[in-house]
Ligand binder design. Structure first.
Ligand code: BGC
Length: 786
């Protein structure tokens, strides 16, 4: 069903295939074969329709609230993919007739989806159908598709209905008010629509070109319109062996696009603008547009490509799959938006942004594409006012980042979720109220960005303010415990969401402490400079007063310490006292979260069972605060109690297994993490890709086996390859300098490739700690037997 080998062996490592059609697994392939460019994401529904399919096209940042009691979500734009193909009047449909051969494949190198089929119609006539599709990397608004149909056994009448279908919904919620439908010059279709609450205009446009044996045909398609639909029907006779092809070039524009400044200074309305652009693109033709797109992918791979020499070819494929999805999910063009937990590949999590971005995805961009990392770091500044409002609404000060974020920074977590198996009512979702560690995670992301890039301008304009406002939130959030004479944080959810309403979740307390300490450090540093950044922030935030409060409170935050004997750090005040049950059944489950069929969330709070890595995440975010022994002891205690029911879990464990020098286990967990979406579980990603897990594949490979870490402005490399790998080579940006790191079994080579024009950093020696020893890098470092 799912294949990892290319038809041409030279393409191995670049191609993922669906080797037979099975409608039960539509959703799996729709997700993993999704295409996009960060502006839009197109789920890989097939041209012909099947029951159970999800035909999704999302445009980053275009959130709309369907009804007052609902949260905002990314609306499903009009469908431009669907083709109703009839061959001698018989609908082309793979559940009818007979399939003689079938193969669909995603080519990661070129961002192309291809499908080749030989199909018999049930009456003995055979046809070859080839479909091609891309979402342009070189023109963010554009997508192209081509269908080639060849009757193999006898002449045939081929009819294709192609159009724009605005009847799409998000699981029944119709986010658009009907706009205009038009057909221009017989072959150019346009459908506009406006989101019902956020009032954003969407313009969908498509052009068609019909060919016989490669020669353009003067076609006279019949036009039709229905409610929210505009279509053309092409009818053409083809001899046996004669190929008819239809190219469709389509585009989406919205009124919030950064490249659209509105109807001013003589600019035409958006629909006209979109039409002009589409016509200009369509003139180039499918082949040229595809070529431009493929070259953009090629440039991307040249600068970001990672090589893994492994005894299992899947490893190389999986890191490319991860990089492919990281590229298509990230709105690198616009810092007003960030990455949804399912990217742009499905309705899951409504397009909302979580801690997934800062802790699991941002590292990839920091070290591989710092320009994009800056956009992601800026996003949290654009949402700072929303976070301030959240804090105020909840009776706190400073900025309280939302657990689920969209565009404004206000809380977007829905209140009700899946069924509670005990009560039969929907489960209340507490995360939006009490999963508060996100606020420190955001500050950590801003700081991490600054450390890895040295981008002082970012810090001056945005970063300091984020760190200070989040610290202020924590200062107001801390609760004084008279008996213990220290500050507690009660009633939260930590990263382990199977524990609700806990107190002193170690992850939350340590990160809050880190956040306040960082604000103190930044404020002190700014005070010393006395520069205009300090003056501005002092005026805006009254830093002097805040500093006193931070200093007083930081000293007294309760930080759960490792037990003197067992070295265990309690995950929260009660975890270690909870009941221990046999978790084997759930640890060997086929589908995640099977425990929720037996226990309600309330019951889970009474058992020593974890959904995902919790305290362990601290061990690499704040790696110098914990000894190797403490890390190992806690790893061995908590991992057996963890079901890895969140896709964020395995990659974290893999990375930390490297730190406790269990490379076999690290590799086993890497291999599992790499298969969450791409593996053979045919339902693991029906709702969309696991964006954080995709970032986690990179983290496990590069921060785990490649050993890339940083601490307080110093780059560290502690590479250690698992047995299966003989080579790992990857690009690494550090403070504006591009390095290439190559690790083999007995050698580490760090090369300086180039540096950004600023700061004369070309000339500077760069200090790196390699397995704990300081090295100065000028052009190249070669270290043998490390
Ligand atoms: C995880 C969270 C994560 C969210 C979005 C949940 O299942 O527990 O940690 O942020 O999914 O990916």
């Amino acid at each position: 069903m799912i294949g990892y080998k290319a038809k041409d062996a030279l393409q191995n490592g670049w191609v993922i295939s669906e080797t037979a059609f099975d409608a039960r697994y539509l959703a799996k392939f729709e997700t993993i074969f999704s295409q996009g460019n960060g502006y839009m994401g197109l789920r890989a529904a097939t041209e012909e329709s099947y029951a159970g399919e999800r035909r999704n096209l999302f445009v980053a940042g275009t959130f709309n609230r369907f009804a007052n009691q609902e949260v905002t979500e990314l609306p499903n734009a009009a469908d431009m993919l669907q083709l109703d193909i009839r061959l001698n009047g018989i609908p082309f449909h793979l559940e009818k007739g007979m399939i003689h051969s079938y193969r669909r494949e995603l080519d990661l190198r070129q961002g192309e989806l291809r499908r080749d089929i030989v199909w018999e119609d049930g009456q003995g006539a055979q046809f070859k159908l080839c479909f091609r599709r891309f979402v342009s990397m070189s023109n963010l608004h554009l997508l192209g598709m081509r269908v080639e149909i060849t009757p193999l056994t006898q002449p045939a009448e081929i009819s294709i209905v192609s159009g724009i279908n605005g009847q799409m919904t998000n699981s029944g919620a119709q986010h658009f008010l009907e706009g205009e439908r038009r057909i221009f010059e017989k072959e150019l279709l346009q459908l506009t629509a406006v989101t019902s609450q956020s009032n954003m205009e969407f313009v969908h446009t498509s052009a068609h070109q019909l060919y016989r044996r490669g020669t353009r045909l003067q076609a006279y398609p019949s036009p039709s319109m229905e409610r929210r639909k505009v279509r053309l029907t092409y009818r053409v006779q083809a001899d046996a062996g004669e190929t008819i092809s239809l190219d469709k070039i389509a585009s989406v524009h919205t009124s919030i696009d950064a490249d659209w400044t509105g109807e001013q200074n003589g600019r035409p309305p958006l629909a006209e603008f979109a039409r002009d652009n589409l016509l200009a693109a369509a003139c180039k033709g499918y082949d040229q547009l595809f070529e431009d797109h493929a070259q953009a992918w090629q440039r991307r791979w040249e600068s970001t490509g990672i090589e893994i020499g492994s005894s299992d070819d899947f490893d190389q494929l999986s890191i490319r799959f991860a990089q492919y999805h990281l590229a298509i999910m990230t709105p690198a063009h616009d810092s007003r938006f960030s990455i949804g937990a399912k990217g742009l590949t499905g309705e899951g999590y409504k397009g909302h942004v979580f801690w997934d971005t800062e802790i699991f995805i941002l590292p990839y961009f920091l070290y591989t594409e710092p320009g994009t990392a800056r956009k992601l770091a800026e996003y949290r500044y654009h949402t700072l006012n929303g976070a301030r409002k959240n804090a105020l609404d909840r009776g706190y000060r400073g900025a309280m980042y939302p657990w689920e974020s969209a565009v404004t920074g206000e809380e977007e977590t829905p209140e009700w979720g899946p069924v509670d198996v005990v009560t039969g009512t929907p489960t209340y979702i507490w995360t939006g109220k009490i999963e508060q560690h996100i606020t420190a995670d955001v500050a950590y992301g801003a700081w991490h960005y600054y450390q890895a890039t040295g981008d002082q301008e970012y810090m001056d304009r945005y970063g300091y303010e984020i760190v200070m406002e989040t610290a202020t939130f924590w200062a107001s959030r801390l609760e004084w415990n008279e008996e213990k004479q220290r500050y507690h944080i009660t009633d939260v959810i930590g990263p382990d969401e199977y524990k609700e309403h806990v107190s002193n979740n170690a992850y939350t307390n340590y990160m809050a402490y880190w956040n306040i300490k960082k604000a103190i450090e930044c404020t002190r540093r700014l005070m010393q400079t006395g520069n205009e950044v300090y003056t501005r922030l002092e005026q805006k935030l009254s830093l002097n007063e805040r500093l006193k409060e931070w200093e007083e409170k930081a000293q007294r935050i309760y930080l759960p310490q490792p037990d003197a004997e067992s070295l265990l750090i309690p995950q929260d005040d009660t975890y270690l006292e909870l009941q221990v049950i046999d978790l084997e059944k759930y640890r060997n489950q086929e589908q995640v979260a099977s425990i929720l069929a037996d226990y309600s969330m309330t019951q889970l709070s009474d058992i020593q069972v974890s959904k995902q890595a919790d305290i362990l995440v601290l061990f690499y975010l704040l790696e110098d605060w914990f000894s190797k022994e403490v890390k190992a002891a806690n790893w061995h205690y908590y991992e057996p109690k963890t079901l890895h029911d969140s896709s964020l879990s395995l990659s974290t464990h893999s990375l930390l297994a490297c730190d406790v020098h269990d490379l076999d286990l690290a590799y086993e967990m890497f291999a599992k993490a790499a298969r969450i979406d791409l593996g053979t579980n045919m339902h693991s990603c029906d709702e969309g890709i696991h964006a954080a897990s995709i970032g986690g594949i990179w983290k496990a490979a590069i921060m785990g086996f490649g050993g890339v870490r940083s601490w307080e402005g110093m780059l560290r490399l502690n590479p250690m390859l698992p047995n299966a790998w003989e080579r790992l080579s990857f690009p690494l940006y550090w403070q504006g300098v591009r390095l290439q790191v190559t690790v083999t079994r007995d050698q580490l080579v760090v090369e300086r490739i180039s540096s950004e024009a600023n700061a004369g950093s070309d000339l500077r020696e760069m200090n790196i700690l390699i397995h704990g020893r300081p090295y100065a890098l000028k052009d190249q470092l070669i270290i043998n037997s490390f």
